[in-house]
Each structure stands twice: as structure tokens, then as C-alpha cells.
Design a protein around this ligand. Structure first.
Ligand code: MET
Ligand SMILES: [Zn+2]
Length: 340
């Protein structure tokens, strides 16, 4: 396990300047038949089908991911309590999300070292570093009312509300054996500030990344400028990478360029498939006009613009991650060739 705030820089150094993040977890669980129509969304599987979560993590490792993200995105103590699950059991489920990911990593390493996984043809793949990131989804994700894609929580929700809401979950995940905390799909500046303050106040010992979502390529979904949000991440020493997830591929390039202007921290991106989620109908609707589906063709450009950690979010699959991994390694090989 990589300790301390050097986790991401060490990873990037060992990987030759880029690393691969996994793909959509919840949507992949659904593709395998899980019914996630529940306020807990993917966290429901922590109780009903942990084996399926482990399998999806393994599929992503096998596809070339260096970082797998736990199934705690919508696992909140408040959400569990609403289901009649006690705080203690809820905390155990949070820890379990990380244990499942660590187990998947152990199984993968064991199989890979025995050479029993025929998909791994590339000897470099056997030695690659693998990190487990503990996911923290937003307050809006807990509300499960679509506000993670609007970022509008209303005036009654203050910085203190958000800090109170997230504090214990962050503490539990920080002590769960994860290598880092992935604050994902952050919809507004206020929530980024809440996370930054919790990290400091609780003296959280593992590093974190901040990842925002956008639906216009300029602002995060609430309308707060991405540059303001990324600047909060930049000013917090415990944040070791900053970027964008669950956002249409067509917006990524511009967002990476804006982030780059306010930070020298590594930039991460894991776009969704480019479809939009209809919270009322609870389904993904393909957008018209832009061919986001084949987003792997953008990977070289994103890397050139400054993203060094690249993966996929909702509706991407192990095939997407395999293609990203191949695209980045062939780009790297050609760089090695031009500049030995
Ligand atoms: C709405 S974004 C969800 C991110 C989470 N890591 C997942 O893939 O399930
Ligand atoms: Zn997503």
C-alpha cells in the first residue's frame, strides 16, 4: 500500500506519467443484473451482493485499471439509518466496501503472479501499482433526488450542514485501509469547502482527490466556476489530485485546461458515456448530435491537455477501460520512441 500524500505522485512515477482509473461501478453492477432502484443505489449491493461488487472490481483490474473505487458512493450513515440499519452496522458496511475492493486487489495480484490470468499478455501489467480509493458521493447523491446533477441544495443547507453530514463517514473511510479518498461528482463549491475543512479538522491521514461534475464545460453543475472549485482543491494540502467525473466527454478538454490554470496538482478525469441521466424516469437517455460513445478516441487529446489519471464513470465498462489503457500505453510507447 502506498502511504501518505505521495500516493498519486508515486503512482504516476511508477506508471510512467499516467495511470488508469476504473469505469462505472453502479452501472456495471446493473449491467450484471443488480436492481439499484433504491435510495442506497450501488451501496445496496454491499448487503445483497458483495460478490458481484468484487467481480466488477476484478474485471476493471483485469482491464488495466490502476485505481479501483469502492462501492461507498451512496453509502451514508444517514441513508442506512433511514433503512433501519444502526450506525454501527452502517460503519461496518462502509468498511466492508473498502474490504471488498482490497480483496479484489489481493485476488488479482495472486492470480497475476501465478500467471493464471491469460488476459495479461503484457509483463508490465503484472508489476503495475494498484490503489484502492474509498468513494464519497455528495449530499445530493444521498438525497437521491437528482440534486447531485443540479448542485442546488437550497439556502437551508450550509457549510456546517454539509460538514456534519459527511464528517463521520470520512473518518470511517480514512481508517478503513483504503489508499486514498475519492470525493466524487462534487456539484458545487460549498461541498468542496466542506470536504477540505473536514480533511484538515479531522487530520485525515490518507490523501484525497476532488472530482467535480459539469454539464456545460465551464462551470460545475451548480453554476460555480470550475476554476473556483479547483482552486479550493489546490489550496488543501491533503488533496493530491483534482478533476472531473460523470461529465460528458465533449466537455472534458476545456475543463482540464481551466483546471490547469489554477493548480499544478495531477489532473484526473473519468467521464461518463455522454448519455444523460433522467432522474424522474430513472434511466439514461442517449444525447443526440455528438458522438460521445466512442470517447476512447479523445484519450490522447485529454492526456496532451494535461490529464494524467484517466478512466470512466457511469455507463462505461471494462471494455472502455481496456481501450483507455491500450491508448495510453501506445501513446507512451511512441513518446519513448521519439524521446529516448
Ligand atoms: C454518479 S457518479 C458514480 C460514481 C461511482 N464511482 C460509480 O461508478 O458508481
Ligand atoms: Zn457517474
Amino acid at each position: 500500500m502506498v502511504e501518505s500524500s505521495a500516493a498519486i505522485t508515486d503512482l504516476l512515477r511508477q506508471c510512467g506519467g499516467y495511470a488508469v482509473i476504473d469505469g462505472g461501478l453502479a452501472t456495471e453492477l446493473e449491467r450484471h443484473g443488480a436492481d439499484l432502484n433504491d435510495p442506497l443505489w450501488s451501496a445496496k449491493c454491499l448487503m445483497t451482493s458483495p460478490h458481484l461488487i468484487r467481480r466488477v472490481h476484478l474485471d476493471y483490474l483485469e482491464a488495466g485499471a490502476n485505481i479501483i473505487i469502492s462501492a461507498s458512493y451512496q453509502a451514508t450513515l444517514q441513508g442506512f439509518v433511514a433503512k433501519g440499519i444502526s450506525r454501527e452496522e452502517g460503519e461496518a458496511l462502509l468498511r466492508k466496501s473498502v474490504e471488498i475492493a482490497r480483496e479484489a486487489r489481493d485476488i488479482y495480484c495472486d492470480r497475476a503472479s501465478k500467471g493464471s490470468w491469460d488476459v495479461i499478455g503484457d509483463p508490465k501489467a503484472l508489476k503495475r501499482p494498484l490503489l484502492v480509493a474509498a468513494s464519497v458521493g455528495s449530499y445530493g447523491a444521498y438525497l437521491a433526488d437528482g440534486s447531485e446533477y443540479s448542485g442546488i441544495y437550497g439556502d437551508a443547507v450550509t457549510l456546517e450542514t454539509l460538514k456534519d453530514f459527511h464528517r463521520r463517514r470520512v473518518q470511517v473511510l480514512a481508517d478503513s485501509g483504503a489508499d486514498l479518498i475519492a470525493f466524487e461528482t462534487i456539484p458545487n463549491k460549498l461541498e468542496a469547502m466542506a470536504y477540505a475543512e473536514i480533511l484538515e479538522e479531522e487530520n485525515i491521514k490518507i490523501p484525497a482527490w476532488f472530482s467535480f461534475n459539469s454539464k456545460d464545460g465551464i462551470n460545475v453543475v451548480s453554476g460555480d466556476p470550475i476554476s473556483d472549485c479547483a482552486a479550493i482543491a489546490d489550496s488543501c494540502d491533503r488533496v493530491v489530485a483534482v478533476g472531473i467525473n460523470c461529465t460528458a466527454p465533449r466537455y472534458i478538454d476545456g475543463l482540464v485546461r481551466s483546471i490547469k490554470k489554477v493548480t499544478t496538482k495531477p489532473i484526473l478525469i473519468y467521464p461518463n458515456s455522454g448519455e444523460t441521466y433522467d432522474p424522474d424516469r430513472k434511466e439514461w437517455v442517449p444525447t443526440t448530435g455528438v458522438a460521445d460513445g466512442d470517447f476512447v478516441s479523445y484519450v490522447g487529446k485529454w492526456h496532451d491537455s494535461g490529464a494524467s489519471l484517466i478512466g470512466g464513470c457511469c455507463r462505461t465498462t471494462p471494455n472502455t477501460i481496456r481501450a483507455i489503457s491500450k491508448s495510453l500505453s501506445s501513446q507512451q510507447d511512441s513518446l519513448d520512441f521519439v524521446a529516448p
